[in-house]
Ligand binder design. Structure first.
Ligand SMILES: CC(C)(COP(=O)(O)OP(=O)(O)OC[C@H]1O[C@@H](n2cnc3c(N)ncnc32)[C@H](O)[C@@H]1OP(=O)(O)O)[C@@H](O)C(=O)NCCC(=O)NCCS
Length: 162
């Protein structure tokens, strides 16, 4: 993925029901920062006429995390999603990272069926916890003030921040 893919990637995510988008992490600047940090492991599938699918993948030196895998509705069940994840795994392997993980909503039946079928098994021995920094809480307030959550809801986009 290069900076020129970012707008199309964000459009695909916004057009994909059920993606857990964040106003903090899924704006063009934040995505650009992510791909700058992970230049070889954020990938797109393109048929020459446009984006078929994309995925963000980054690592912290121990493990890789996969974010926002999405394949355009009319390109699904043709192996694009699996090819993107396989390519991510190879790219990570080149960086010495062999363990990949991801989060997926429990309610995402199709997504969970996909991950299961390509060998990403659910763990029931861990609890996912997180916390936002003060700085992020302040920027959330400014988005709320600007009606960002109303816009996200009207677009039928789920957001962790609203
Ligand atoms: C999940 C998603 C990325 C799968 O992409 P895809 O290109 O259709 O998947 P593939 O064609 O590569 O499928 C790989 C395997 O998963 C299976 N699979 C894919 N979608 C499935 C579904 N909805 N239900 C059951 N199995 C599914 C395929 O049958 C295939 O199995 P096989 O190798 O045994 O034939 C796509 O449906 C999508 O974008 N969904 C919305 C976003 C999302 O949920 N992302 C994942 C959460 S982070």
């Amino acid at each position: 993925m290069t900076p020129s893919d970012i707008d199309a990637a964000i459009r695909l995510w916004r057009d994909t029901p059920g993606m857990g988008l964040s106003v903090h992490d899924d704006n063009p600047e934040a995505v650009a920062r992510f791909i700058e940090r992970n230049p070889r492991t954020c990938l797109v599938a393109d048929d020459g006429q446009g984006l078929l699918g994309c995925v963000l993948c980054g690592h912290d030196g121990r493990r890789a995390t996969i974010y926002h895998l999405a394949v355009r509705q009319d390109a699904r069940l043709r192996g694009v999603g699996k090819a993107l994840v396989t390519a991510c795994a190879s790219a990570m392997s080149m960086e010495g990272i062999d363990k990949l993980r991801l989060l997926v909503f429990k309610t995402n039946e199709g997504g969970n069926a996909f991950w299961e079928s390509i060998g990403f098994h659910a763990r029931d021995d861990v609890v996912y916890r997180d916390k936002r920094s003060k700085e992020n809480k302040e920027s959330k307030a400014s988005f709320l003030f600007n009606g960002e959550c109303d816009i996200m809801k009207s677009l039928n986009v789920e957001s962790r921040d609203c």
